[in-house]
Design a protein around this ligand. Structure first.
Ligand code: IFM
Length: 422
């Protein structure tokens, strides 16, 4: 489809934020946090279990060499975004974007309890100054799954008393960066973090405890409220939210049990957490990746078009996610993540087109949508899966560090040129 056929300029104001997202541990390289330790301890096991985890994936034949290599599971230097961020900001400009979401790495800023690293703070100060100079709006995340080891040694978010450390960090970094950063995400995908770390045992500390899961979720809600209050007391002009994982559930048939289960699942996923934090959110950050079809009380997806990580792709459903959250919470929305693992770039252009149309429909139905941040700017470290999933608008060669925009990204850049009139 050509850029003109898409009619991309309908509905998007000139203030709309168009950009891409990353997270520190996934792109910076050279981090030292609870993940670094866990990766080194678990890489060999993850590689040995690759066949068990992924051999039913449609992408298995393409990914198996990388997935069986222990090095895939160690983040290491990645694309060295920490030092090469200017190159990456140039990619944003090349795609005509005006926003960028990143996370600050707490373990760099406070490497030991109560000790602030002046050089790391200076680094992030220069980082956001550089974005601002280029006319790119920074969207900063404070906790995106990686934590300082001293904090996890104390039990991390398992204990309510530890929330004070997070609030102190939030206040410190926001104060240090000043008003160059206006949009702040306190916590990324709280339930994903709790479920992978405290139930599925895929992420550190790899526990299986419903009680701890529940404690962690509730303590993160408390952490958001406390951090938002602290940030607002610095300056009421800061706009604070979380980035909420929000997939779409729909009934596969008309049976009452399917419809009831769908409603319960959607509620449990979205509203249990959101109801605890919505009053301390100035907008809603929404991460949408896939939909779930519910039959009876089970999820059974059509599996028609699969991404490399075997997610059933329904990009147009973003419309329903946005409309539901708008109806329930009546807050402006920024899509803080949305995208797909697609190493060969077969589906990404289609995905973007469907997503743009879905957003336009939602806005026509009254949703106050303020931005779209694609996951991800560049290929990165996909947590327990390691480096083989390729979510980037830009591909990365981890041997040379070379980044290049994929064809879909160049297409997206042309769409944004037209929409933004730049
Ligand atoms: O890579 C992750 C990101 O860290 C959080 N949201 C989902 C992405 C893709 O799985």
């Amino acid at each position: 489809m050509s850029v003109d056929e898409l009619r991309p300029n309908q509905g998007f104001s000139k203030h709309f934020l168009w950009g891409a997202a990353t997270a520190a541990h996934q792109v910076e390289g050279g981090t030292h946090n609870q993940w670094t330790v866990w990766e080194l301890e678990n890489a060999k096991v993850r590689a040995a279990q690759a066949q068990y985890h992924y051999n039913d994936y449609a992408s298995w034949e393409r990914i198996k060499v990388a997935a069986k290599d222990p090095d895939n599971y160690v983040s290491g230097n990645l694309a060295d975004h920490y030092n090469r961020y200017e190159e990456d900001f140039a990619l944003l400009k090349q795609m005509n974007m005006n926003a960028f979401r990143f996370s600050v790495e707490w373990s760099r800023i406070e490497p030991s309890e109560g000790v602030w690293d002046v050089a790391a703070i200076k680094h992030y100060r220069q980082y956001v100054e550089s974005l601002k100079k280029k006319g790119i709006e920074p969207v900063m995340t404070l906790f995106h799954f990686s934590l300082p080891i001293w904090f996890t040694d104390k039990g991390g978010f398992e204990h309510r008393r530890n929330v004070a450390y997070f609030t102190r960090f939030a206040e410190k970094i926001v104060r240090e960066l000043g008003t160059n950063v206006r949009l702040i995400i306190t916590i990324n995908e709280p339930e994903v973090y709790a479920t992978e770390s405290y139930y599925h045992q895929n992420w550190p500390p790899a526990l299986r405890s419903k009680y701890k899961w529940w404690r962690v979720v509730n303590n993160m809600a408390h952490a958001h409220r406390q951090a938002a209050k602290a940030i607002h007391s610095l300056n009421r002009r800061y706009k604070v939210s979380i980035a909420k994982n929000s997939n779409f559930f729909y009934p596969g048939d008309d049976a009452w049990v399917s419809r009831l289960s769908t409603a319960i699942m959607q509620y449990a996923q979205d509203d249990y957490f959101l109801k605890k934090v919505a009053r301390q959110c100035d907008f809603l950050g929404v991460n949408y990746y896939f939909s779930n079809r519910v039959y009876g009380y089970r999820i059974h997806n059509p599996d028609q078009r699969m991404s490399d990580v075997q997610w059933d792709m329904h990009p147009a459903d973003i419309q329903y996610v946005l409309e539901r959250l708008d109806r329930k919470y009546k807050l402006p929305i920024i899509i803080t993540e949305n995208g797909l693992a697609d190493a060969e770039d077969t589906h990404r252009q289609w995905w973007l087109k469907e997503t743009i149309v879905g957003m336009q429909k939602a806005m026509r139905h009254g949703v106050e949508l303020q931005g779209y941040l694609h996951w991800s700017l560049m290929d990165n470290f996909e947590w327990a899966e390691g480096k083989w999933p390729r979510f980037g608008l830009a591909s990365v060669d981890y041997n040379t560090g070379q980044r290049s925009l994929r064809p879909s990204a160049r297409w997206f850049g042309r769409v944004l040129k037209k929409i933004r009139g730049v």
